[in-house]
Write a new protein. Structure first.
Ligand SMILES: [Zn+2]
Length: 326
């Protein structure tokens, strides 16, 4: 897209006030396109009035804010709704389980994955079936805690349910993203749709609590060069899809909320004032207990630095699944 594809982390230069370019309007999905044409800072967040779409990560292959903006008040509302649903769903599940499978408890799930390869009109921007298989394998290792003895097994695994390929330069560049997602998305709330595109970001995700309002766009958009063996230096081990899937399960960034005890709504991820760049061992950006969780998949570190989800994140993902996707 004529942009320099240098692989830089922007998070360090994000000032909190610089993040927002909110369009107060409009009802539809113009903002996602608008930001590629406007002269906006690379770390802007664009959201429509209904909060349907998110925006904005990683220009030039960095990780930057990659979901719609969620302020403290909305975060509280989301948590209240989540807890209310969880209570209802848990009671219902308990009842069903007692009827059908006494003693059984659902923990995690196997998630069907649909990969949509959005190539340009000439077939450029393709990935091989082998890369897709490797991508699924990376996610399975990462979500099962296979990269570190400290890592939690989230209980989630992924199985490839389908691959399709399109030749459309607009779609390849993530233009008309609401349209192409609605036209190509497959499966229900439990299906992870991954659209592989060439845009200014590493990835963009939707959250589970937004599924009901707009199921057609649910899923993650991922820079195709971030798949294993791709050209995105420092970000080509396939962990961008892991990070985006984390949002899709309902996880926030570990630096959500900054140096607050609420932080990312997960108790065992120490608070962080801002996102991490690279892999700075020993970083400690808050006076609250604990070093920054730079190895956590929900920070912005390099792929090679990522090793873990925590037990708290596993629990939140499972509960989110019960409330919104199961
Ligand atoms: Zn993210």
């Amino acid at each position: 897209m004529g942009m320099t594809r240098q692989l830089r982390r922007s998070a360090a230069v994000l000032g909190p006030g610089a993040l927002l370019l909110t369009t107060l309007a409009l009802g539809s999905f113009a903002p996602a396109q608008a930001m590629t044409t406007g002269d906006v800072s690379r770390d802007c967040v664009v959201a429509d009035a209904h909060g349907h779409d998110e925006a904005a990560a990683a220009r030039g292959g960095e990780r930057v804010r990659d979901h719609r903006a969620i302020d403290a008040l909305e975060q509280e509302r989301i948590e209240r709704d989540f807890q209310r649903r969880l209570e209802q769903e848990s009671l219902e599940q308990e009842r069903l389980e007692q009827e059908r499978r006494p003693g059984a408890r659902a923990v995690g799930a196997t998630v069907p994955v649909y990969v949509h390869v959005m190539r340009d009109a000439n077939g450029g921007g393709d990935v091989t079936d082998s890369q897709i298989a490797q991508q699924i394998a990376v996610m399975n290792t990462s979500f099962s805690g296979g990269k570190s003895t400290e890592a939690a097994d989230t209980g989630f695994q992924f199985t490839l349910a389908g691959v399709d390929r399109f030749n459309n330069t607009q779609w390849h560049q993530d233009k008309q993203s609401a349209t192409y997602r609605k036209q190509t998305r497959k499966g229900g709330a439990n299906a992870l749709n991954i659209w592989l595109v060439d845009f200014d970001y590493l990835g963009i995700a939707t959250f589970p609590w937004d599924y009901k309002r707009n199921p057609g766009i649910d899923g993650i958009r991922v820079q195709y060069t971030s798949l294993p063996g791709g050209a995105a230096t420092n970000y080509n081990l396939g962990e961008t899809a892991t990070h985006e899937a984390g949002h899709w399960f309902g996880l926030y960034h570990t630096f959500q909320g900054g140096c607050t005890s609420t932080n990312d709504e997960v108790g065992d991820t120490p608070a962080q004032s801002s996102s991490t760049t690279g892999c700075p061992e020993g970083r400690d950006s808050c006076t609250l207990p604990g070093l920054d969780p730079i190895h956590n998949f929900m920070d912005y570190s390099y792929d090679s630095c990522y090793t873990m989800f925590t037990a708290g994140q596993a629990t939140r993902s499972q509960q989110m699944w019960t409330a919104y996707r199961g």
